[in-house]
Design a protein around this ligand. Structure first.
Ligand code: B12
Length: 236
């Protein structure tokens, strides 16, 4: 398994990737270089596990580096439905073809367990909001696709990421939602969506208040990016 290690930039592969074939990480890096997406991590499925392949590599972003690349593509492809998904497919399908892999996406139905895969690949744990907490990117990261391979890859030890929520005493993320959509029992999607739709101008224009309350905000998405995702959330 491998993952981006704390201290590495959001646009380059970290030291953890040297455990995977240098040739493979270099070629994935080259294939993704003008997209703002990065190889997040990967692992081999266990023998006997009900798995879709032998190995998986997760592609995503830490921070919003991808946004300018996506916007440039969208300007050349006006009117495309589900633009972020379409752009992700455009970038990641090409990488999959070059590597002899099969690309799958977070929005594919039935949903694939992207967060479970990320926990295995990167050693992450969920924040109280449900979003995985990353030791460098905080809550400001996501997955845009995965490469499934029918061959095992040479991964090293499972990464153990520092879980910042364990060290956070005040947990402001749980205190600020105007409708208390997040608590120890989980995430009340109906309350969240109802508020955002009816009178959540801040959530709609600047993003989720609870997510923005997290102090680990070095990679926080700009308001325009957050507004785009909240709009997609309202339409989901
Ligand atoms: C359906 C879905 C939703 C639904 C319902 C979520 C739920 N409570 O069930 C809705 C539309 C509400 C939603 C909302 C959001 N989602 Co969502 N969602 C998904 C999706 C497409 C499927 C989830 C699923 O059922 N998977 C299948 C099961 C078998 O896989 P899993 O790994 O076991 O699923 C985990 C999640 O369900 C998680 N979970 C449970 N409750 C919650 C609550 C939240 C807020 C999240 C993020 C996860 C989560 O627990 C499981 C862990 O084992 C995934 C992508 C994917 N394929 O997983 C994204 C995904 C989980 N969402 C994601 C995100 C970022 C969000 C939003 C923050 C988006 C936004 N606004 O910008 C919002 C949260 C609302 C807010 N206040 O901002 C990211 C999380 C990335 C990360 N860093 O961890 C994912 C992985 C998509 C991606 N492209 O990366 N989402």
């Amino acid at each position: 398994m491998l993952g981006v290690v704390a201290g590495t930039g959001a646009t380059t592969q970290g030291a953890g990737f040297s455990r995977l074939s240098h040739v493979m990480t270099e070629s994935i890096s080259t294939l993704l270089s003008s997209s703002g997406l990065i190889l997040r991590g990967g692992f081999n499925f266990e023998t006997g596990e009900d798995a879709p392949a032998q190995a998986v590599l997760l592609i995503g972003h830490g921070g919003a580096e991808y946004w300018t690349h996506f916007q440039a593509w969208q300007a050349r492809n006006e009117g495309v439905a589900d633009p972020l998904d379409s752009w992700s497919r455009h970038v990641i399908d090409e990488a999959a073809n070059a590597l002899g892999a099969r690309a799958v996406y977070p929005s594919d139905w039935p949903y694939l367990p992207f967060q479970q895969w990320a926990m295995r690949a990167e050693g992450l744990k969920p924040s109280p909001l449900g979003i995985l907490m990353h030791p460098e990117f905080g809550l400001w990261h996501a997955y845009r696709g995965a490469l499934l391979l029918d061959r095992a890859l040479a991964f090293g030890e499972a990464p153990r990421a520092r879980h910042l929520c364990d060290e956070c005493r005040k947990k402001p993320c749980l205190a600020v939602c105007p409708v208390g959509a997040f608590d120890a029992d989980g995430y009340d999607v109906g309350a969240c969506r109802g508020h955002v739709r009816a009178d959540g101008a801040t959530c709609r224009g600047q993003g989720c208040i609870a997510r923005n309350a997290c102090p680990h905000d070095a990679y926080r998405y700009p308001a325009v990016v957050q507004a785009f995702h909240m709009d997609a959330f309202l339409r989901a």
